[in-house]
Write a protein that binds this ligand. Structure first.
Ligand SMILES: NC(=O)c1ccc[n+]([C@@H]2O[C@H](COP(=O)([O-])OP(=O)(O)OC[C@H]3O[C@@H](n4cnc5c(N)ncnc54)[C@H](OP(=O)(O)O)[C@@H]3O)[C@@H](O)[C@H]2O)c1
Length: 518
């Protein structure tokens, strides 16, 4: 079999979602590690007054592309931005663009999706299901298509405990649901949504399950692979350890913990944290296309599913995540932390509510009061409310564990040559979690918050100041409570006198015995 870079040589690749977190890592890695690739067509919609070309030009200026820029200064010439909104009829492609794409594309990576967990069902269906249907239909018209990769999620079937690398029967027939949603108004849809979701926690996992079924039903004789990543985190090695550019999912939670805003979280210490580094997902995806594409004649109408997770192979628990995040941020603090990093994990709802009141709401209220008194705009309560919403959405995934079968991922790795295994490494058995978590946290500091490492001494000083404030505050609190007790209760007074006289006795005995020695 040809090597991965050899397979991509001279190929035209189409990517949806290239401006997203995973799409841009995919584009960068494809161009850098497969320099023979002919062109990468990226379907991009105009946004915030920016045309697709301008958006791509902005995107490739970011740090992620530094290494590629250094290695291949002309790489941008291979990127073809195509104006397309996946939610519009015919993907909003011009006739000319449709002709170009159907005439030349060899490999499709369909990454675009809405990853907002609680998107209204109609919107989630539009992008995750209907856009996938349009992409499959476009793929059928592509004359030279070798493989179509659909990026799904490992949680598409989170209503099961054991998730194999197969497409499971859908919760409902997507065709019927599409027809039903067409005539229903938004109010009615939101009323029936919980009933439709059943065991699933949100519209994201629900629509991703429907999309998988759609791909299976409508693929005809296309050569398909479905890649299912779990929770995608910062990169492990490439292009830089710890690279991350958004607050989504765990990154936002880590930052909130580092800032000392997040102090309690409903999660099971022992539940497996199915984090998977973004470069692992991208290497698996590129290799999946290589395998299905180069095997297309040997195994026609091939459909493979890859569970791209770490849980069953190199498990790591939420308790350990919490430990590494807080310890990294204690050693390398974020600037202007609100409190010292310290997070309490609990599965108990009542205990969590108690800590939310004591550790989140009370300090936020006091801080906002201080801001108001000093003539500034209060903001901490708003931040806390936003954080609670994000945590509620993640709670389901931090309190459950799943068993994933990863036989196809292992098979894929075994098919690769030694050099490909190095360049497109997705062997998570080699992942050292402590080191990865430290790089991840430092990545959020450097790439998401854009904080310079030269600011670390000042940040450490600030953290020490916060510790001293906490000690002083706790001491004053204890003294105050005690004074109130003493004033109100005879028993407290008696205990107080007893303790004080005991101290005096001890001191005088200590003084007497030390004078005797001289
Ligand atoms: N991130 C994770 O933890 C994770 C985990 C498992 C699976 N996945 C899957 O991986 C894929 C990529 O996720 P991600 O994290 O990269 O998501 P992301 O950062 O939110 O990116 C979504 C991409 O989809 C594009 N898009 C959205 N609506 C569009 C439209 N109407 N027309 C054209 N493009 C549109 C976005 O373009 P704009 O820039 O124009 O908005 C963006 O490029 C998704 O299929 C997701 O389900 C992600």
């Amino acid at each position: 079999m040809v090597t991965i870079p050899e397979y991509y040589e001279g190929k035209n690749v189409l990517i949806t979602g290239a401006t997203g977190f995973m799409g841009k890592v995919l584009l960068e890695k494809l161009l850098r590690s497969c320099p023979g690739v002919k062109a990468a067509y990226v379907l991009v919609r105009p946004k915030a007054g920016q045309a697709p070309d301008a958006r791509i030009a902005d995107m490739i200026n970011c740090k992620l592309f530094d290494r590629l820029r250094e290695e291949q200064p002309d790489f941008a010439e291979k990127i073809m931005a195509v104006n397309s909104d996946l939610m519009q009829p015919d993907l909003d492609l011009s006739t000319k663009d449709q002709e170009t794409l159907t005439g030349c594309v060899n490999i499709v990576f369909h990454c675009a999706a809405t990853i907002r967990f609680n998107e209204p069902l109609k919107d989630a269906m539009q992008l995750n299901v209907l856009a996938t249907q349009k992409m499959v239909s476009l793929a059928h018209r592509m004359k030279h298509l070798e493989v179509f990769i659909h990026v799904s999620t490992a949680y598409a079937h989170c209503d099961r405990e054991l998730i194999e690398e197969v497409v499971y029967p859908p919760p409902v027939d997507y065709r019927k649901l599409i027809d039903t949603l067409e005539w229903m108004d938004d109010k009615l849809v939101s009323l029936i949504t919980p009933k439709l979701l059943g065991e699933r926690p949100n519209t994201y996992t629900y629509t991703k399950a429907l999309a998988e079924h759609l791909v299976q039903q409508e693929c005809g004789n296309l050569n398909i692979a479905i890649v299912r990543p779990s929770i995608v985190g910062a990169s492990w090695k490439e292009p830089f350890p710890g690279w991350i550019d958004n607050f989504n999912g765990p990154s936002g939670i880590f930052i909130a913990a580092g800032k000392g805003i997040l102090r309690t979280m409903r999660a099971s210490n022992s539940a497996v944290a199915d984090l998977v580094p973004v470069d692992v997902v991208i290497n698996t995806t590129l290799a999946a296309a290589w395998y299905s594409g180069s095997q297309r004649h040997a195994r026609p109408r091939n459909m493979l599913v890859y569970n791209c997770t770490t849980g069953g192979i190199n498990p790591f628990h939420w308790g350990e995540v919490e430990y590494h995040v807080t310890s990294t941020f204690k050693r390398n603090p974020l600037e202007q932390a609100f409190r010292r990093p310290n997070v309490n994990l609990t599965t108990n709802h009542l205990i969590n509510q108690y800590w939310i009141a004591v550790s989140h709401k009370a300090p936020a209220f006091l801080y906002d009061l201080f801001l108001r008194m000093s003539g500034r705009e209060p903001r901490m309560m708003k931040t806390i409310t936003r954080l609670h919403k994000a945590m509620m959405v993640l709670e389901y995934f931090t309190s459950h564990s799943w068993v994933w079968n990863t036989d196809n991922v292992t098979m894929l790795m075994n098919q690769m040559g030694a050099e490909d295994k190095k360049v497109f490494n997705f062997d998570v058995r080699q992942l050292h979690w402590a080191e990865y978590m430290e790089n991840y946290c430092m990545g959020t500091k450097k790439y998401v918050l854009n904080e310079e490492l030269s600011g670390l001494p000042a940040a450490r000083k600030h953290l020490n100041k916060l510790r001293n404030i906490r000690y002083t505050f706790n001491t004053i609190l204890v003294v105050l409570i005690w004074r109130i007790f003493i004033a109100r209760s005879q028993m407290a007074r008696n205990i107080w006198y007893f303790v004080v006289s005991l101290c005096f006795k001890f001191l005088s005995y200590f003084r007497a015995s030390s004078t005797m020695r001289y």
